[in-house]
Design a protein around this ligand. Structure first.
Ligand code: 6GU
Length: 248
C-alpha cells in the first residue's frame, strides 16, 4: 500500500511514523508513506499557500493551485490513471475535514482495499471549494469535534489502515478480536499475577475449557457493549440467546 499525505506541517508525522507498528510495517515494505509539503507546490515567489476569503470573514483559506499541482504531480509519477497489475489504477483523493463522512471501522476496511491513496490535510478556515468540487473524491472526519488541522486525523487513518495489512501485527496477534472488528467492544483481558492486591482473575479463564472461555468472552463483550455503546448493537448480528442475555 502507498499512502501520500499532503500537509503544511510535515514535521508532525516524524515521531508517530517512526515508532511501533507503523514503523515496522514501513521497514517490512508493507506500506510506503510519502509526506509532501504543500508549500513545495506553490509557484508564487513567496510560496504563499493561503489567502483571504472572498466575501470577507475570519481566517484564511487554502488556495487551490498548490493542491491541484501536488495531486497532479503524484498522479504523474505512476502514469496518470494508467494500468496497474490489478487493472486501471484509480487513486482516491481524500480531504480530511470536520465536514466529511464519519470514519469508523467499516470506512477503515473500505479504504484498506486501495493500493494507493492521497490524504489531504485541510487547514485554516478551510480549503477553496473548487478543491472539493474538482479534485477531491472523498471527505472524511474522524469525529464530531474540531482539530486544528487534518494531520492528526491522517495519522489516525494511517494507523487503522496499517494494522489491517497482512503481516503488520506480527505472527501471534491479529486484529480480528479487537473492539469494533466484530461490531462489539472487546472483552476484559487479564495477565499474571493471578491475584493482585487481592483482586483475582475470573475462574473460567484458568479452567483451560476453551469453549467456556469463548462463551464467557462473548457474554462480556455483549454486556460491555450494552452498557457503554448500545448504539453499536443495532448493527451487530446476535443469536436469540444473546438477545435474551442483554435484554431486560
Ligand atoms: Cl479530518 N479535520 C479537522 N480539522 N478536524 C476534525 C477532523 C478532521 N475530524 C474531526 N475533527
Amino acid at each position: 500500500m502507498k499512502i501520500h499525505i499532503l500537509t503544511l506541517f510535515p514535521g508532525m508525522f516524524v515521531g508517530p511514523f517512526s515508532e511501533s507498528i507503523i514503523n515496522r510495517a514501513i521497514d517490512r515494505g508493507l506500506v510506503e508513506i510519502a509526506i509532501h509539503n504543500i508549500r513545495d507546490y506553490t509557484s508564487n515567489r513567496h510560496h504563499v499557500v493561503d489567502d483571504y476569503p472572498y466575501g470577507g470573514g475570519p481566517g484564511m483559506v487554502l488556495k487551490p493551485e498548490p493542491l491541484f499541482a501536488a495531486v497532479e504531480a503524484i498522479r504523474g509519477e505512476g502514469g496518470e490513471c494508467g494500468e496497474s497489475e490489478k487493472g486501471v489504477s484509480w487513486i482516491p483523493v481524500i480531504l480530511l475535514t470536520p465536514q466529511g463522512r464519519l470514519f469508523d471501522q467499516r470506512a477503515a476496511e473500505e479504504l484498506a482495499e486501495y493500493e494507493e491513496m492521497i490524504l489531504v490535510c485541510g487547514h485554516y478556515e478551510g480549503v477553496d471549494e473548487r478543491v472539493r468540487e474538482h479534485l477531491v473524491t472523498d471527505e472524511i472526519s474522524i469525529g464530531d469535534y474540531v482539530l486544528s488541522g487534518g494531520e492528526l486525523a491522517a495519522m489516525v487513518i494511517v494507523d487503522t489502515l496499517v494494522r489491517q495489512l497482512p503481516g503488520a501485527l506480527g505472527s501471534e496477534t491479529s486484529g480480528g478480536e479487537d473492539s469494533h472488528s466484530s461490531g462489539l467492544l472487546e472483552y476484559p483481558q487479564y495477565t499474571r499475577p493471578q491475584a493482585f492486591r487481592g483482586w483475582v482473575v475470573p475462574e473460567v479463564l484458568l479452567s483451560g475449557n476453551h469453549a467456556q472461555i469463548a462463551k464467557w468472552r462473548r457474554e462480556q463483550s455483549l454486556l460491555r457493549t450494552v452498557k457503554r455503546r448500545p448504539d453499536l448493537l443495532e448493527k451487530s448480528e446476535l443469536t436469540d440467546e444473546e438477545r435474551r442475555l442483554i435484554l431486560p
